[in-house]
Design a protein around this ligand. Structure first.
Ligand code: FPP
Length: 225
């Protein structure tokens, strides 16, 4: 049986969910927050998952209309404020990956506060990927390594400077597209990947539980036989 230590999710389909309901795209992101809470709570309470990494905002998402970007920034701030109790009640540690330097000071302070106040929690580690792109992460990491003028580097050297070291066991993408979209390229080297047509606002613990069951019995060979 496969262990599931690190689950990573590409939360796609908020916009289409809203359009299907004749609502503004931003309403889909609002609804997406509800799914974030239910999936995170389920992982913390009902599974042995150690790390749940959620792709909330990519380095490419800045290209969206300013109104949607501004709304997503506001939503992130509101999310961290209003859901802090969920992190507290369920012993969840909050972390981020991605380049935080582009965010406003107010948002950076909220992020740092949430990390600080949850840092001793021993349950699920919930990692939010914000202004994250795997290529950007790898380049930033190489530049960190170059600061000590190495003559060659090892996999371990890179692992130790990446935003996140934990290899992904299972990656899920909702919303029907079959691509990775620059998410955790190094960490998914041996990951199982599952795609579902379900739009993120309609995804829930029941479907996740089915995917996990299917993952648990699949054969992972890591290049061996
Ligand atoms: C993809 O849907 C989703 C995003 C770009 C953002 C994900 C954000 C959330 C789930 C809500 C915010 C989360 C937090 C934790 C603050 P899409 O807009 O690409 O949907 P589409 O493919 O149907 O257009």
């Amino acid at each position: 049986m496969n262990q599931l230590k690190h689950l990573a999710i590409i939360m796609d389909g908020n916009g289409r969910w809203a359009t299907n309901q004749n609502k503004l795209r931003i309403r889909g992101h609002e609804q997406g927050i509800k799914t974030v809470e239910s999936i995170m709570t389920y992982c913390a309470r009902d599974t042995d998952i150690e790390t749940l990494t959620l792709y909330a905002f990519s380095t490419e998402n800045w290209k969206r209309p300013k109104l949607e970007v501004d709304f997503l920034m506001m939503l992130l701030d509101k999310y961290l404020k209003s859901k802090l109790k969920v992190y507290m009640n369920h012993n969840i540690r909050f972390e981020t990956i991605g380049d935080l330097s582009k965010f406003s000071n107010k948002l950076k302070e909220r992020i740092e506060f949430t990390k600080e106040i949850t840092k001793n929690h021993t349950g699920l580690k919930q990692v939010l990927a914000i202004n994250y792109g795997a290529k950007d992460e790898i380049i930033r990491s190489f530049n960190k390594l170059l600061e000590s003028s190495p003559t060659s580097i090892t996999e371990d050297d890179l692992d130790n400077v990446l935003d996140i070291k934990d290899p992904v066991d299972l990656m899920i993408r909702t919303g029907g597209e079959h691509r990775i979209s620059n998410f955790l390229l190094w960490q998914i080297a041996y990951s199982e990947i599952r795609f579902t047509d379900t739009l993120w606002p309609e995804f829930g613990p029941e479907e996740l539980s089915d995917i996990i069951k299917n993952y648990t019995i699949s054969k992972r060979r890591f290049g061996g036989l």
